[in-house]
Design a protein around this ligand. Structure first.
Ligand SMILES: [Fe+2]
Ligand SMILES: [Fe+2]
Length: 227
């Protein structure tokens, strides 16, 4: 069944109970808990969050549909804010959490595959960090400059051509663990696998927001500023 589009007057807690997978998205809008029985609109206005940006992102992730009326009135800076919060979440929390659990899930007998698994994970994190850094040092500042109508030589087309997926290394890691790895603590490793699958999905959504919401918004802004 196709999920319906969320609206201002939906009670946020009801939506979470229907679909708890929106929880990480809410955390990246910096929505504190203590949601009472408030609507999406009320929660946003109480916390100074742009409700249109929240609905645009939430509905796109839930349904795959981009609301054309909403996208035309949301500032790309709101999407950038959400993406930057997501970068911080992955780097400061999620990757560290997975690495710690991965170490405890490794077989207690030292073996070559243990270090291979950790190396795969560390290489993946390094690649994602470089990817995020490019966006934060080049792409996001360019978007701010464009919004402020400042002169710059960059074009969003460069980002579009340069924007590669980062989850490939995770697929290889899952493959090694699922196909070939035996551990004395399988329950811990099953937990890590769930985390890796979630993280992979989360990174794909992150990238979809950049490709399908942010980039078109910036193209539109470039056109309006005569670039
Ligand atoms: Fe990003
Ligand atoms: Fe990206």
């Amino acid at each position: 069944m196709q999920a319906r589009q969320l609206r201002y007057d939906d009670i946020l807690i009801d939506i979470i109970n229907e679909e708890y997978s929106i929880l990480p998205l809410l955390s990246r809008f910096s929505i504190p808990l203590g949601l009472g029985n408030e609507t999406i609109g009320d929660v946003c206005s109480r916390n100074g969050i742009d409700v249109k940006a929240l609905l645009l992102i939430l509905n796109y992730i839930r349904t795959g549909i981009i609301d054309s009326d909403t996208i035309s009135v949301v500032s790309p800076l709101e999407v950038v804010k959400f993406l930057k919060n997501s970068h911080d979440y992955f780097i400061s929390y999620k990757f560290t959490h997975i690495r710690k659990n991965l170490i405890s899930a490794l077989d207690l007998e030292p073996n070559a595959t243990n270090s291979l698994i950790l190396n795969f994970f560390d290489t993946f994190v390094k690649k994602v960090k470089e990817h995020f850094l490019y966006e934060e040092r080049t792409v996001f500042p360019y978007i701010s400059a464009l919004v402020e109508d400042k002169d710059t030589n960059y074009r969003i087309e460069t980002f579009q051509q340069h924007h590669e997926e980062v989850v490939g290394a995770l697929a290889e890691l899952k493959n090694i663990i699922l196909r070939y790895y035996r551990t004395t603590v399988p329950n811990l490793m099953y937990d890590v696998l769930v985390d890796i699958y979630n993280c992979e999905e989360d990174l794909i959504s992150h990238s979809d927001i950049e490709n399908n919401l942010l980039i078109p918004m910036v193209y539109d802004l470039e056109k309006k500023s005569g670039k």
